[in-house]
Write a protein that binds this ligand. Structure first.
Ligand SMILES: C[S@@+](CC[C@H](N)C(=O)[O-])C[C@H]1O[C@@H](n2cnc3c(N)ncnc32)[C@H](O)[C@@H]1O
Length: 377
């Protein structure tokens, strides 16, 4: 699946030149180029969603997903004492489908719509246009931001932060256990063939220090540890903001509840797995989210988190099965079957129900939002 020099994309040529000039780059640098290059990055130039795209996300599977998250946000707001203003922040909103379904579902929650300002954190100009169109009908003020930290903090205005499949799109670094210690896994280039490939950096004590203490003792040669500095930085910013102004955060993503070893970096193209280094900018790249690391970061910043739930458990707690039954009244057989299939896709253990996890965080002075169990902090 590799490109010959004749057909090589401009982004692949750019990455190869970068490696030729300064040597192997980190996987985080490769992901940054592939996903966020200003001109050729995957999320900068196209709409990757839906049947014609590379993957389908939960909000695109069914309206039920966004509706229930909207109601979760509205109840969180009520539990904060119905503050007159609230920022509803969505990280990486894709086509804006989740927010559109959420805003429709909360129209009848007295006072919530009037309190709301929607804030989207989105780097893709193409997707920003979709988001604008998706929520236009609701007449809710909305702003767009490049990064979470660009959103102004307003005195006495709490924030509710939602991120579905956001953290998995952020660049990770990988470290591989060798004979003596850990070395970073890098992206290099074969001098003869010109093909990209993974190479090992040098084992150094600094690299050792990046591995969580509780994992270091059990490492075997070849084990891989992944870390996502960008996710940790954003989790820290969110936690600090929630402590300052009150607030709640809801993260849904595929990942693991405890930090663990494993190579989870993957590429998807046309709904199929694809070689990770083959088509930067033209295939989606993701890695599983380390929810323990995000939770730990929020707790260290003084905020609170609930126990990590599976998506199936979370959506059932919010009443997705009852919502599906309601949607099935007054529809024909084909539509009812489509609703059943979407429900199964979102909550069944062999579909998205178990692989996808949910983490809820909230400020140290905030009443716990719905579905928080096994509170830490
Ligand atoms: C996998 S999509 C998920 C979209 C949406 N949440 C959904 O569930 O359909 C990732 C989203 O994050 C955005 N994104 C990726 N990296 C980003 C970054 N560093 N900052 C802000 N948004 C980013 C993408 O443009 C896209 O909207």
């Amino acid at each position: 699946m590799s490109n010959t020099p004749d057909t090589e994309s401009p982004l692949l040529s750019h990455i190869k030149l970068r490696i030729a000039v300064s040597g192997p780059i980190s996987i985080a640098d490769f992901m940054n180029e592939a996903l966020a290059h200003p001109e050729y990055g995957y999320y900068r130039k196209q709409d990757p969603f839906g049947r014609a795209g590379d993957f389908i996300t939960a909000p695109e599977v069914s309206q039920m997903f966004g509706e229930l998250i909207g109601l979760w946000a509205a109840v969180s707001w009520q539990q904060m004492g119905c503050p007159p203003k609230i920022d509803l922040i969505e990280l990486g909103p894709g086509r804006g489908t989740l927010m559109s379904d959420a805003l429709r579902a909360v129209r009848n929650v007295a006072g919530f719509g009037d309190a709301l300002t929607v804030r989207f954190v989105e780097t893709s100009p193409v997707l920003r246009t979709h988001q604008q169109t998706a929520i236009m009908a609701y007449g809710i003020p909305a702003t767009w931001h490049e990064a979470f930290d660009d959103i102004p903090t307003r005195e006495n205005v709490p924030a509710i932060v939602i991120g579905n499949e956001f953290f998995d799109a952020l660049p990770i670094r990988q470290f591989e256990r060798g004979d003596k210690g850990w070395a970073e896994r890098l992206v290099g280039m074969d001098a003869n063939s010109g093909e990209l490939g993974f190479v090992r950096g040098r084992e150094t004590p600094v690299t050792d220090a990046l591995i969580p203490v509780n994992l270091r003792g059990s490492a075997k040669k070849g084990d891989i540890f992944e870390s996502c500095a960008a996710a940790i930085a954003i989790a820290d910013q969110i936690a600090r903001r929630m402590n300052e102004t009150n607030g709640a955060a809801l993260f849904l993503d595929y990942g693991h509840p405890s930090s663990a070893y494993g190579d989870t970096l993957q590429a998807l193209k046309g709904h199929e797995y694809h070689p990770v280094l083959a088509d930067p900018g033209d295939a989606d790249l993701t890695a599983h989210v380390d929810f323990a690391a995000i939770s730990r970061t929020m707790l260290e910043a003084g905020a609170r988190t609930g126990a990590v739930l599976t998506q199936g458990t979370f959506l059932r707690m919010l009443g997705i099965e009852q919502r599906a039954e309601l949607l099935k009244t007054d529809v024909d057989e084909a539509q009812a079957s489509a609703i059943d299939q979407a429900l199964a896709r979102l909550i069944d253990a062999d579909q998205m129900g178990t692989l996808f996890k949910v983490l809820i965080g909230y400020g140290r002075n905030t009443t716990p939002p719905p579905c928080v169990s096994g509170v830490s902090g």
